[in-house]
Each structure stands twice: as structure tokens, then as C-alpha cells.
Design a protein around this ligand. Structure first.
Ligand SMILES: [Zn+2]
Ligand SMILES: [Zn+2]
Length: 256
């Protein structure tokens, strides 16, 4: 399984280390979240992505979606499918595709060819697309949020999305035999533990506590570090190293 976190900062080398928006692309064909999805590659590269899974309604995970759908439009009946919870679909319909911020792409269908189909995801639901099996697992954030367990024939990977301390994701991951990697959020330094608690995000100490909930030996990638607090997070990790934790590099393709 090939996983890439799309860059969302410019220019290099900031683009590798500073993450403003969240979008993973898996095997060039499936996206989890769409923060930067409309901002990468050429239009053909974008048009290869036919399934987008939105973890939650926050703008850093959705902002690139309108431009992406415009770019990826092929004028065929097999349009892009965006998968999300009831809360996510409600937000997409009312906050984005409302005829003001962006046209109503669900209804706009030149020659009978729509721009997008919105597909409802329920907790625990499994969706099979493009040779991948994605399970939507509720995590603990300030709005309804799904993490995803993603499996192909021989590899399983966990994407936490934004979350504070959580449990069901690890219970499910512990039942998977071939888990290779976890992409887990780490937003704030330890000195901002109270902000992390209020906004339901993780600090290095909380990240380490989540690691202990998993029985598998896997690669741990820390994502979603707030650029404003990156130096403080690095200082935490220097003074109290967390063995096995690796900070993700945006734009790098991880072969798992
Ligand atoms: Zn969020
Ligand atoms: Zn976020």
C-alpha cells in the first residue's frame, strides 16, 4: 500500500515539514480527507482519484474538495464518490455546495453526468473500493469524526484523523493480523495539554499513551503537528524521546 500525505505549505522545504491541511492519497486512487486535494499535481493526476473519504467537517480536512471536484470532473456518469458520515454530508450540502460558496455539485449534472455522488457512511461500515477495504471507526474529536482502518490483500494501516484519547480504533486494530503502520495525530506540545484536551487533540505524552493501547509492533507516523507549535513539539520529543515515533514528511510516499 502506498500512502502519501499531500503537501499544503509552500515553498520547499517547508512543504515537507509544515502541514496546514490534511489529505492522504492511497495508491494514487483513493483519498482520505481533502484539505489539499485540489492543490496537487496535474488535472489527470487528480482525475485518477474517484473515491474520497472525509473524516470530519473541519475546514483543514475539506477545504480542497470543491476545486478538486471541478478539476477531476470527466463528464462521465461514473463521477467521484465522496463518502462521509451524516454530519459530514450535512455540512457539505449546507456549508459548501450551497450555491453561494460553490455550486450545488450534487445536483449539477451537465448531460446527465454529475460532479459528485455523496455516499453515507455509518459507524463500523466497511467500504470496498479500488482494491482497498476501508472501515469507518468513530474517534473522539469535537465534531463527529471517523478514523479509518484500511486494508489490502496483505497490509493494514490505521489513519486516526483528528482525535483525543480514543479506544474503539485500537480495539479494532488489535484484531487485525497484518497491521503495518499507524498515522496518528499529534497537534500540540505537552505545555498546551489543556488546549489539546479542550479541542480533543493529542500531545506527545498523550500520543505515547495511545501507542501503549496497541499490541502490534508497527511504524508510527505523527501527523497534524500545528506549524505554530512545531518547535515546541520537537523540543518535547528531544527531551522525552518516544521510541518508534517518526514525524511524517508531506509529499513523501510511504510504501507499507
Ligand atoms: Zn478537526
Ligand atoms: Zn484537523
Amino acid at each position: 500500500m502506498r500512502v502519501k500525505l499531500l503537501p499544503s505549505a509552500f515553498p520547499p522545504p517547508l512543504s515537507e515539514t509544515h502541514q496546514y491541511l490534511t489529505t492522504y492519497v492511497i495508491n494514487d486512487g483513493v483519498a482520505i480527507d481533502a484539505g489539499a486535494l485540489g492543490l496537487f499535481g496535474g488535472h489527470e493526476e487528480q482525475a485518477r482519484i474517484r473515491h474520497v473519504f472525509i473524516t470530519h467537517s473541519h475546514a483543514d480536512h475539506v477545504a480542497g474538495l470543491p476545486v478538486f471536484l471541478d478539476t477531476a470532473y470527466r463528464g462521465t456518469t461514473d463521477c467521484v464518490v465522496v463518502h462521509g458520515s451524516d454530519a459530514v454530508l450535512e455540512s457539505l450540502r449546507h456549508d459548501w455546495f450551497n450555491g453561494r460558496v460553490w455550486p450545488d455539485y450534487e445536483r449539477l449534472a451537465p448531460n446527465g453526468c454529475p460532479f459528485v455522488r455523496l455516499s453515507r457512511l455509518q459507524p463500523g461500515q466497511v467500504v470496498e473500493v479500488e482494491g482497498l477495504r476501508l472501515t469507518a471507526v468513530p474517534v473522539d474529536h469535537t465534531v463527529p469524526t471517523f478514523g479509518f482502518l484500511v486494508e489490502d490483500a496483505d497490509t493494514a494501516v490505521v489513519f486516526s484523523s483528528d482525535t483525543g484519547p480514543t479506544s474503539e480504533l485500537w480495539e479494532r486494530a488489535n484484531r487485525v493480523a497484518n497491521l503495518k503502520a499507524v498515522f496518528l495525530e499529534l497537534s500540540f506540545p505537552d505545555e498546551l495539554a489543556s488546549v489539546a484536551a479542550t479541542s480533543k487533540h493529542l500531545t506527545p505524552s498523550l500520543f505515547a499513551a495511545e501507542m501503549r493501547k496497541l499490541r502490534h509492533d508497527v511504524r508510527w507516523y505523527a501527523v497534524h503537528v500545528k506549524p505554530r507549535f512545531r518547535e515546541a513539539v520537537l523540543a518535547d520529543l528531544a527531551s522525552r524521546p518516544i521510541p518508534g515515533l517518526e514525524l511524517i514528511l508531506a509529499g513523501h510516499e510511504y510504501d507499507l
